[in-house]
Write a protein that binds this ligand. Structure first.
Ligand code: CTP
Length: 400
């Protein structure tokens, strides 16, 4: 997937540097060539020997190394790569990049390069949240630098919060996106995600418990394979994934408009938990308590079924239309009937009965219903379900 792509990997001085060793392996597994650069602080956390052994290439560290300069000048070194990756990027390294300092090999390469730069920050949570680091982050973004992470979690220093370096596979995905590589390059995919909110009056609405986690993971997995993803999301609990075009909506009708506006597309994945009904006559003013004990009566209208509509489109129908089915009993039978009723190509069905713990959890157990029949996937994380689905989408579109 990254075959022949050259990555210049700058390893800064942070405890997360140990993960960079795994990152080198993952990049190489995918066919990338990795030229490693170790900062002076980076030397304190990983040895040049392990880095060189994994990369299969010499480690560069010294700006004034005569032998290295004779082999390849540092300006040339900054230009030979398809992408510069800084992982881990310390607060200090980010500050240096902002200031355009060039007092060691890593900062000089970052200043001299004309190739895209991807940064994976890793630092203590207070350092990350400090206004100085946040200012540097904004400046670097304006300079066109891309970021992956940091993630929330327990930190080596014993604190909790944002600051953990992104995991190696997340960095690999970001590298793939940055390089425009992957089997879905050139393919456009529309993904719906999250719940919808159906208003009762200006302050009240009807919603459902969808967190948007599965749809978000699908958007991320498709983008990681290089797809251009239009991510149409209702008000979800989780933030939209990186590397996608986000369209935020609230109601089912807004979602429908956004989906139609995003077509034509090669594939569409409908992971949203769309409300089946909306309140028939939304009140323009707040419904007041009358005080005589009488209760408001809400009447409902049916929402458009976006999946069924898109499945029955003529020329604009995506080549592959995928729906979801959340069932509590007779999963395969109900989902098979739903596939026929809605006219989509695949249904990913899951059992959401409370004892499965799937609704709101991190895992999912799905059955893929297609023309070929029902295929049961083992229970796995929502991220793994998304990656498996993205790989199948690539296969179906003939682009894996
Ligand atoms: N869906 C949609 N628009 C709607 C309702 C559902 O696009 N108005 C999509 C969902 O995103 C999902 C699939 O249809 O991919 C299945 O939705 P579901 O609510 O389970 O199906 P229903 O038709 O509501 O069937 P039932 O209520 O009988 O389970």
């Amino acid at each position: 997937m990254l075959s022949g792509k050259r990555i210049l990997l700058i390893i800064g001085g942070g405890i997360a540097a140990y993960k960079s060793l795994d990152l080198i392996r993952r990049l190489k597994e995918r066919g990338a060539l990795v030229t490693p650069v170790l900062t002076a602080a980076g030397h304190e956390f990983v040895t040049p020997l392990s880095v060189a052994a994994l990369a299969g290439e010499k480690v560069h560290s010294d700006l004034f190394d005569l032998t290295a300069e004779a082999e390849m000048g540092h300006i040339q070194l900054s230009r030979v790569a398809d992408l510069l990756v800084v992982a881990p990027a310390t607060a200090d390294l980010m500050a240096k990049m902002v200031q355009g300092r060039a007092d060691d090999l890593a900062s000089t390469l970052l200043l001299a390069t004309d190739t895209p730069v991807l940064v994976a920050p890793a630092m203590n949570v207070r350092m990350w949240q400090h206004p100085a680091t946040q200012r540097n982050l904004s400046t670097l973004r304006l300079d066109g630098v891309s970021f992956v992470g940091p993630n929330d979690g327990d930190m080596a220093c014993g604190e909790f919060g944002p600051g953990r370096m992104a995991e190696p596979l997340e960095i690999v995905d970001a590298v793939t996106r940055s390089l425009g590589a992957g089997p879905l390059v050139g393919k456009r995919v529309v993904v719906t995600s999250g719940p919808t909110h159906e208003p009762i009056d200006p302050v009240r609405y009807i919603a459902n418990r969808s967190s948007g986690a599965q749809g978000t993971a699908i958007g991320a997995a498709l983008a990681a394979l290089g797809a251009e993803v239009v991510f149409v999301t209702g008000p979800a609990d989780v933030p939209p994934p990186p590397g996608v075009q986000v369209v935020k909506v609230k109601t089912a009708r807004e979602m429908r408009e956004a989906v139609h506006a995003a077509l034509p597309a090669d594939a569409a994945v409908f992971a949203a938990a769309v409300a089946d009904w909306r309140v028939a006559r939304e009140s323009r003013s707040k419904i007041k308590k009358i005080g005589d004990g009488s209760l408001p009566v809400l009447t409902f209208s049916e929402n458009p079924d976006i999946l069924a509509e898109v499945s029955s489109l003529g020329g604009d129908r995506p080549e592959l239309v995928v729906g979801f089915a959340a069932e509590t009993d007779d999963v395969v039978a109900h989902a098979t009937a739903k596939r026929d009723r809605k006219g989509c190509d695949w249904i990913l069905a899951n059992d959401v009965s409370p004892e499965t713990g799937i609704m709101g959890g991190v895992e999912n157990a799905v059955v893929l219903i297609s023309e070929a029949g029902a295929e049961t996937w083992p229970r796995m994380t929502k991220t793994e379900v998304a990656q498996r689905l993205a790989a199948r989408v690539a296969q179906a579109l003939g682009s894996d």
